[in-house]
Design a protein around this ligand. Sequence first.
Ligand code: LLP
Length: 437
Amino acid sequence: MDYSKWLKNRELEYKNGVLHIAGMNTIELSEKYGTPVYIVNENLIRIRYRKLKETLDSEYENNAIHYAVKANSNLSVLKILKSEGASFDCSSVGEIYTCFKAGIKPKSIFYTGNMFTNQDFKFAVENDILINLDSISQINRLVKVYDDLGKEKKTISFRINPEFGAGHHAHTITAGKYIKFGILGHQVIEAYSKAKQLGFNKFGIHMHIGSGVLDAHDFEKATEKLLSIAINLTDTLDMKLEFIDFGGGIGIPYRPEEDDFNLELYKNIVLKKFVDITEREVFGKPILKIEPGRYISAEASIILTQINTIKDNGFKLFAGVDAGFHTLVRPTMYSAYHHIIPCETKQGVQSLKYDIAGPICESGDILGKEREFPELKEEDFLAVLDAGAYGYVMSSSYNSRPRPAEILINNGQPYLIRESEKFDDMLSHQIIPEHLK
Ligand code: LLP
């Protein structure tokens, strides 16, 4: 894609040589709030949500987008999406609790956990949360929780593992015979018969094939498989499905040379095939659900970081910065590419290749390898792009480095939406036993 268009898609542009995000000067933001710092662009989250919503609405009105909270669970981000009318996908009780704190109602939450404990079930049942089971074996424990709490059993769903997985890295492919998630096709009739027998009376079906899928074709086989399973289920057990959830996974172009995910193709490969089967009378009109995380929040955030050290060891040039894998683990964990750009352009200086290195005491703490920049200097600021999904949520205080602040930009105004951690925050839950005092 054309580079300036790629930047513009993220509401990033250089004005008088200075990088601006959503119209705000990144150097001023860095100086005001200190680095490293996450900057979140509210408008872009809304734009991405609306684009997906329009895509779904254009094919089938009875739809719901469940934003995958795991991608970015900041309360302000959740409130932005709530105000857009989004629903939510939670992977843990902690995420459900966070949604409640953002004022989100139980009815718009879908709970796709895995390896559920009885405590997880208890919290979900007490709070009327729709549960998506991950194993047939879990249903007996779930029923016991319903019975112990004297709650009426209503809707239940299973996560299907359609065996056709995809994703940007082996760790993010979530379908296949040897993958821990969901139940396989041959277990589906048993699962739903059992659910019926145990007293559930409404049913949904779900899949999630993986994360960071940039080619919509990768959804094709899994979609066909899920739909054939759904048809077989309605025919064999004479049950109407309340919803079919195609999961998340829609990727973003982290590299400027990549194209956007092709939503038109996704429409043909996933949505239209779903609509086709709803033409069958017996099938009814189930809700069409998807659960994107990254597509909605990734491009909306950048990390601003300052260079503290330029090191030339004679073999390699390093630009040492104050962000690292404690603030963004994706490059280290998945060898993921995040584009890194200077906050200020420079004229008439030579271009050099740098490894952008964080301060964590591990050689793997490299945010970007062999990146070309006009000669960098200590105290320059850089922006690490597309950090809004699986960025802050996967951060840590490793090496006892406090997590950074988060700033929301809305209508040309910055708002502090999360303070940076203090040293004492990192120590606050420790208890020293008497004999060590
Ligand atoms: N639904 C389910 C059941 C999921 O497990 C996930 C992601 C999503 C939806 C949202 O997927 P998305 O649309 O964001 O691709 N930490 C990794 C990604 C792990 C995703 C786990 N599940 C990364 O940084 O790439």
